[in-house]
Design a protein around this ligand. Sequence first.
Ligand SMILES: Cc1cc2nc3c(=O)[nH]c(=O)nc-3n(C[C@H](O)[C@H](O)[C@H](O)COP(=O)(O)O)c2cc1C
Length: 176
Amino acid sequence: MNKILAISGSLRNTSSNTTILKYLQKIAPSDVEIEIYDELGALPHFNPDIDNEKSPEVVTRFRSKLKEANGVIICTPEYAFGVPGVLKNGLDWIVSSGEFTDKPTATISASPLATGGDKAHASLLVTIKVMGAKVVESGSVTVPIVLKKFDSEGVITDEKTAKEFEVMMNSLISAF
Ligand SMILES: Cc1cc2nc3c(=O)[nH]c(=O)nc-3n(C[C@H](O)[C@H](O)[C@H](O)COP(=O)(O)O)c2cc1C
């Protein structure tokens, strides 16, 4: 079984970004399991002084999950034109440990606004590329006006976005 670790940059219960990841879980081929990482909010604030052989267990778990994953999908909102702090904090824990090196990765940003979180998306790409992530071709999707693209059950209603997700998933899976 191939594994994708999916990370939402939003901790909200009814997050649009997490809704997208749940949708991707449903459309994944039967030999690909998508796990939605659920401990982003439990990671301590990154501090190099506590990043040693006694690093917090939740950090070790995060690193193991990333290491074991064949690919990663990050789906994030934009906060004040940037990446949400909670997601940047999670990424900071991986800078030195290196789990992103050559990791096939896809990135999505979604926003109720017409810009689709494009500035956070651009910033996220700079960060993960410097960490060595292999961002796959057609693997970066921006979803503007997200509230009009899914119904209340989390079913996608916009064909163009559905196609972009399909192409993104195929590209990610073929990079394993
Ligand atoms: C503190 C804060 C800052 C925000 N800044 C932006 C922004 O810069 N750009 C944007 O497109 N949306 C911004 N938004 C709106 C978010 O895109 C919106 O709340 C979105 O639903 C968050 O994603 P989620 O549904 O996955 O939680 C902001 C929201 C909050 C709470």
